[in-house]
Write a protein that binds this ligand. Structure first.
Ligand code: HEM
Length: 400
C-alpha cells in the first residue's frame, strides 16, 4: 500500500540565515525519499528521483510564481508568460528550438579564449592590490561581459547593460515586491534595447549569434516578436546569477582546501573540469527544480497527488550517499560524478547554457590559479542566502 504525503517528515522552517542545510537534509534522507518544505512544496531528496519528476508526470510552473506575488499584468508578467523557462509542451518546444540550434556548443566553447582573456584582464589589474570585491568586480563581470560579446553589444553600452542585468535578475523567480517598479522599468528598457539589436541584425546581418537566431526564427515562423526577444533576455538572465554565484562558491571552497588549491595551481588545465564539477556539486546555487504533478504518481511508494508542487532538491541530491562516496567531502579528484551533472537539470528544460557556464567558470578559475596562486579569502567565508537561486552576501579575496 502506498504511503501518503501525511507520512513524510517536515523540513524545519524559519531556520536562521547561515544555518548549514546539509546535516538536516542528511537526516531527512535517512528517514525516507521525500520531505515537506515551505508552502506545501514536497522535496525529493535523491538523485534517482530526477527522471521520475522531470517526466510527463509533471509540468513546469508557468505564471504561478508571479500570480502568487500578486503580479498578473505588466512587464514582469509578460516576460514570464513569454519565456521558454516557464512554458510547457509545444509552446516550450517552439521557443527553445531556435535558441538551441544557434546558441550551439561550438559557439560557446569558442568563448573559452575570450573568457580567459577577460579574466586575465580583470584579475591581472588587481594582483597585489589588497582586498577585492570578488562578487561585483569579477564574478558578475564574466558572464555579463561574455554574453554582451556574444550579442555584439558595443563597449559604450556595457555599463547600462550590466545595470539592467543587476536590476532584473530577480525576474526569474520570486521578486522583492518593493523593488517591482524598478525591476519593471529596467526590464522594459532592456527589452527595448534587445528589440533594437534584433532589428539591426535583420537590416544588416553579421556573422554572429543574433543574426543566426533572427534568421532561424524567420525560417521557423513560429514565434511572436515578444517571444523572439524574450528568449534573448531570458538567456542573459538565466546565465548571470547562476554563473556568478557558482564561480564564487567554487573559488571559496578551493581556497579553503589549500592542498587541493595548490594541486590545481600546478596543473590548472588538467584539473579545471573536475574543479567545476565538484564546485557545482558541493555548494549549488540553484537549490532545486520545482514542478507541478499533472497526475497521481509515486516516488518510492509515496503517492504524489495531481496538483502537488514537487521539487527535486539539488542541495540534497548532490550529497546523495547512494551516488557520491563521502558526499560531505569537497574533492576535486572525485571520480563518481555522473556523466550528466544534475545541477543543469534534466529533460526538456535542461540548461541550454551549460557549455558556456563551464567555459566561463573553468577559464576564470584556471586564470586565477595561473596569475595569482597565492590568492587568499579575506574575512568570513561567504554565506548563501536561501532562495531558488541562492545569492552570496559578500566575498572578498586578495589576489597575490
Ligand atoms: C553554473 C551556471 C548555471 C546553472 C547551475 C544553470 C542551471 C540551470 C537549470 C537547473 C535549468 C533548468 C531549470 C528547470 O528545469 O526548471 C536551466 C535552464 C536554463 N538555463 Fe541554465 N544554468 C547555468 C548557466 C546558464 C547560462 C550561462 C545560460 C545562458 C547564457 C543559461 C541559460 C538557461 C536557459 C535559457 C534555461 C531555460 C531552458 C528551458 O527552459 O528550456 N544557463 N539552467
Amino acid at each position: 500500500m502506498s504511503m501518503t504525503l501525511a507520512d513524510i517528515p517536515q523540513l524545519p522552517l524559519d531556520l536562521p540565515p547561515g544555518t548549514d542545510p546539509y546535516p538536516i537534509l542528511k537526516d531527512l534522507r535517512a528517514k525516507g525519499p521525500l520531505a515537506k518544505a515551505e508552502m506545501g512544496i514536497v522535496i525529493a531528496l535523491r538523485q534517482r528521483h530526477l527522471d521520475i519528476i522531470m517526466s510527463d508526470n509533471t509540468r513546469q510552473l508557468e505564471t504561478e510564481t508571479k500570480v502568487l506575488q500578486g503580479i498578473t499584468s505588466g512587464p514582469l508578467f509578460e516576460f514570464t508568460k513569454a519565456a521558454m523557462l516557464f512554458a510547457n509542451g509545444e509552446e516550450h518546444r517552439r521557443r527553445r528550438a531556435p535558441v538551441q540550434r544557434t546558441f550551439a556548443f561550438k559557439l560557446m566553447d569558442a568563448m573559452r579564449p575570450k573568457a580567459a582573456a577577460l579574466a586575465a584582464e580583470l584579475v591581472g589589474d588587481r594582483v597585489n592590490q589588497g582586498p577585492v570585491d570578488f562578487v561585483g568586480e569579477i564574478a558578475a563581470q564574466i558572464p555579463a561581459r561574455i554574453i554582451a560579446d556574444i550579442l555584439g553589444i558595443p563597449r559604450a553600452d556595457l555599463p547600462i547593460f550590466l545595470q539592467w542585468i543587476a536590476d532584473t535578475a530577480e525576474a526569474l523567480g520570486f521578486i522583492d515586491v518593493e523593488r517591482r517598479p524598478q525591476i519593471e522599468a529596467s526590464l522594459t528598457a532592456f527589452a527595448d534595447y534587445v528589440t533594437k539589436l534584433l532589428e539591426d541584425r535583420r537590416r544588416a546581418p553579421k556573422d554572429d549569434f543574433l543574426s543566426d537566431y533572427v534568421a532561424q526564427t524567420a525560417r521557423d515562423g513560429e514565434l511572436s516578436e515578444i517571444e523572439i526577444r524574450t528568449q534573448v533576455v531570458g538567456l542573459i538572465l538565466a546565465g548571470s546569477d547562476t554563473t556568478r554565484g557558482s564561480l564564487c562558491m567554487t573559488l571559496a571552497q578551493l581556497l579553503s582546501h589549500p592542498s587541493q588549491w595548490r594541486a590545481f595551481c600546478e596543473d590548472p588545465d588538467t584539473l579545471k573540469r573536475g574543479v567545476v564539477d565538484e564546485g557545482l556539486r558541493f555548494e549549488p546555487v540553484v537549490t532545486g527544480i520545482p514542478r507541478v504533478a499533472v497526475k497521481d504518481f509515486e516516488v518510492d511508494g509515496v503517492l504524489i497527488p495531481a496538483g502537488t508542487v514537487v521539487s527535486l532538491s539539488f542541495l540534497s541530491a548532490l550529497r546523495d550517499e547512494e551516488v557520491f562516496a563521502d558526499p560531505d567531502r569537497f574533492d576535486i579528484f572525485r571520480k563518481d560524478h555522473p556523466r550528466w551533472h544534475m545541477i543543469f537539470g534534466a529533460g526538456a528544460h535542461r540548461c541550454v547554457g551549460e557549455a558556456l557556464a563551464r567555459a566561463e567558470m573553468e577559464e576564470t578559475l584556471a586564470t586565477i590559479a595561473r596569475l595569482a596562486p597565492n590568492t587568499k579569502l579575506v574575512g568570513n567565508f561567504p554565506i548563501l542566502k536561501p532562495g531558488a537561486i541562492r545569492q552570496i552576501d559578500r566575498m572578498e579575496v586578495a589576489f597575490a
